[in-house]
Design a protein around this ligand. Structure first.
Ligand SMILES: [Zn+2]
Length: 413
């Protein structure tokens, strides 16, 4: 069935958008519903493209509020890894369903995920109707490269069985948890099969110093030498990338996903150098990271933090402008992340922002979105022409929250 949204505000004009077979069939001032269409009167709500959460661990909603106030390594070693050792598929499914609900409510329709039992996350994605690029976290520093390869193949096979809302990826955890040989193998497999790669990189200064001590080069150069720095690669964090590394990342066409709130919560002590990255021509996206280290998945709220911390770190209020920040959050400048545009033929993924939202009534829309709004301004979320949230109502939300809380309780969280 076709869906037509009428009376939406786009660039100051009242427009209609008609969706057929999951894509935008027509958009413009002349577009209205045809006989038999499901029809939504937007009532003057703003029509905007959805957000892309470029880095998260969706099922870590189960760890929300139980991370303590610890630095990265003690947090992982004391709070996260011992509990993750007990995770079952159903835990991941329930945690990911909660994450999908939160993201849809706050305007995210696609996310990049790295987590255990990736097929359970993929099932949650399909059931929720959202989209995701998913990879199993690959580790082998205390394990075996053979097991890493088996895990990669097994997860790819499982993920490829899902429909078009799930994009399989390779997700080596980090350069300090994956061996040199395995990273090289991952680079080769990605090239051979055109698979996206997501990896944490340059999150802490220690990671950089250890890389220099062990390999004689900084992390981006190390990854490049192993064939892992390509236009298919999304680097989460990039806090400590220096100017030479930024030039290399730009030359290779890789994408950096900044996670300012997680970086600040774990107090990594630095800020992703966005102005230098922009000057170098690096593609940049925005992520929340997992709920264990954020603890929210509201990317629209994090967008304010991203813009503010950039201005603050640069001691320059012009370091990033509102329109540019909005483009980062929607993935408009980072094609790898899979953002959608409001154009005929594009996937019918979009948001309606409430015309009654007090934060959006006055002033420039981009500035209001970046500095005033949170995800609560999102009224209606449409993915592939399906209305997944209508006027703030997400079907089944109470059940989704209750089931996730049960699983967190089972894990002692
Ligand atoms: Zn992460």
């Amino acid at each position: 069935m076709a869906l037509t949204v009428e009376n939406a505000l786009l660039d100051g004009e009242r427009v209609g958008v008609r969706c057929e077979d999951g894509v935008i069939a027509a958009i413009g001032t002349e577009v209205s519903a045809e006989a038999g269409d499901e029809r939504i009167d937007a009532g003057g709500a703003h029509l905007v493209p959805p957000l892309v959460n470029g880095h998260t661990h969706a099922a870590m909603t189960l760890f929300r509020g139980s991370g303590g106030d610890l630095p990265l390594m003690p947090w992982l070693e004391e709070k996260i890894w011992p509990v993750e050792a007990k995770l079952e598929e159903e835990d991941v499914y329930r945690g990911a369903r909660l994450a999908c609900a939160e993201m849809l409510r706050s305007g995210t329709t696609r996310f990049w995920d790295m987590y255990w039992h990736p097929a359970a996350t993929a099932r949650a994605v399909e059931d929720a109707g959202i989209r995701a690029t998913i990879g199993a976290p690959l580790f082998d520093l205390n394990g075996s490269p053979k097991k890493l390869r088996e895990a990669a193949h097994r997860s790819l096979e499982e993920l490829e069985a899902f429909g078009s809302h799930v994009t399989p990826a390779l997700a080596p955890h980090a350069i300090y948890t994956v061996s040199e040989d395995s990273l090289r193998w991952i680079g080769e497999l990605s090239a051979e099969r055109g698979l996206p790669v997501q990896i944490h990189l340059s999150e802490t200064e220690k990671e950089v110093q250890d890389c220099i001590a062990e390999h004689g080069e900084r992390p981006a150069f190390y990854l490049d030498r192993l064939g892992v720095l390509t236009e298919r690669t999304a680097l989460a964090h990039g806090v400590w990338l220096d100017p030479d590394e930024l030039a290399l990342v730009a030359a290779r066409g890789a994408t950096v996903v900044s996670n300012p709130v997680a970086n600040m919560k774990l107090a990594v002590g630095g800020v992703f150098p966005y102005p230098a990255a922009r000057t170098a021509g690096v593609r940049v996206g925005l992520g929340t990271d997992g709920a264990g280290s954020n603890d929210s998945l509201d990317l629209l709220a994090d967008l304010k933090t991203f813009a503010l911390v950039q201005k603050h770190a640069a001691a320059d209020p012009t370091a990033i402008e509102a329109g540019e920040a909005w483009a980062v959050a929607t993935g408009a400048d980072a094609p790898l992340l899979g953002a959608t545009k409001l154009d005929p033929g594009a996937p019918a993924d979009f948001l309606l922002l409430s015309a009654r939202s007090p934060e959006l009534g006055i002033g420039d829309l981009d500035a209001d979105l970046v500095y005033a709004a949170s995800g609560a301004a999102v009224a209606t979320t449409v993915v592939a022409g399906r209305v997944l949230m209508r006027e703030g109502e997400l079907p089944g939300l109470d059940e989704i929250v209750a089931r996730a809380a049960e699983r967190a309780g089972r894990l002692g969280l």
